[in-house]
Design a protein around this ligand. Structure first.
Ligand code: PEP
Ligand code: MN
Length: 274
């Protein structure tokens, strides 16, 4: 009699690699670092961040032009001017751009200026937005709603795919818990589970998960250890002066540490960091 030593995994689907452009692929052997400011505030601020990131080999520049802010009395983003800045800076450093489309009406402009569409946590179940992103041919990063189950998240991704676009990545960005010691809780189980049960590459966002700069690198390490195919990290040339998410933004001087530490974890997983 053969004694089973482990149960069969019946749910695993292979992760479907998503080409992002410029030879960068999410969901393959590389762990893809996407980094930049929470919000595009000016050309100088964006360029200062990108210059340091590019110097360290980061290929994907993040930055919000349309910001989903809790209060209407805070900085809401530069809009199309922000998209223009992102594109100009990214082109200077041969980087790709990921930026959020806050509504259906932003999709055409985001598609014109960016390489990857981000759909934010608050919009995870905004179905018309998911359908509109699904009607493009662009890679889409779907962030998990901070009060959404893994099942709801995966089904939201299927809404995008239902319109013909299968270039989908998921982002675990922390969920709300009883404890306000950190902004959210990074759900590393969900990273492993989403990779196991869906074909989508999964990106970890240690910035929104922790809300604290001094915890971001530890959370980044744990996301990669859980199997994340990439990281989305906020950095700023002067975090105390940032117009959005300063407390969780890394100083540019922390970029080498972020990269060295996550590179080591990636190497332990047989992967490289790009
Ligand atoms: C962001 O990436 O800056 C952002 C607004 O993230 P989230 O949608 O996860 O809150
Ligand atoms: Mn942010």
């Amino acid at each position: 009699m053969v004694v089973p030593v482990m149960e069969e995994t019946t749910t695993h689907k292979h992760t479907r690699p998503v080409p992002l452009g410029k030879g960068v692929t999410a969901g393959g052997t590389d762990v893809v670092l996407m980094a930049g400011p929470c919000a595009v505030e000016s050309y100088e601020q964006t360029r200062a961040a990108a210059a340091v990131l590019a110097e360290h080999g980061v290929r994907v520049l993040r930055g919000g032009a349309y910001k989903p802010r809790t209060s209407p009395n805070t900085f809401q983003g530069l809009g199309e001017e922000g998209l223009r800045i992102l594109r100009a800076v990214a082109d200077e450093f041969d980087m790709l751009v990921i930026t959020e489309s806050l509504g259906v009406e932003h999709i055409p402009l985001v598609a014109e200026y960016a390489d990857i569409i981000q759909i934010g946590s608050r919009n995870m179940q905004h179905y018309p937005l998911l359908w509109a992103a699904g009607e493009t041919e662009m890679p889409v990063l779907l962030k998990r709603g901070f009060m959404s189950t893994v099942r709801e998240w995966l089904l939201a991704a299927e809404h995008i795919e239902s319109r013909g676009n299968d270039r989908i990545m998921l982002a675990e960005r922390g969920v709300r818990s009883f404890d306000d010691a950190t902004r959210n809780v990074l759900d590393t189980s969900a990273i492993a589970l989403a990779r196991l049960e869906s074909p989508y590459p999964v990106i970890g966002d240690p910035s929104h998960a922790t809300g604290r700069r001094d915890l971001v690198i530890a959370a980044a390490r744990s996301a990669v250890a859980a199997g994340a195919d990439g990281l989305l990290v906020e950095v700023h040339p002067n975090p105390p002066e940032a117009l959005s998410d300063g407390p969780q933004s890394l100083w540019l001087g922390q970029v080498p540490d972020l990269m060295e530490q996550t590179r080591r974890i990636a190497a332990a997983m047989g992967r490289s960091l790009v």
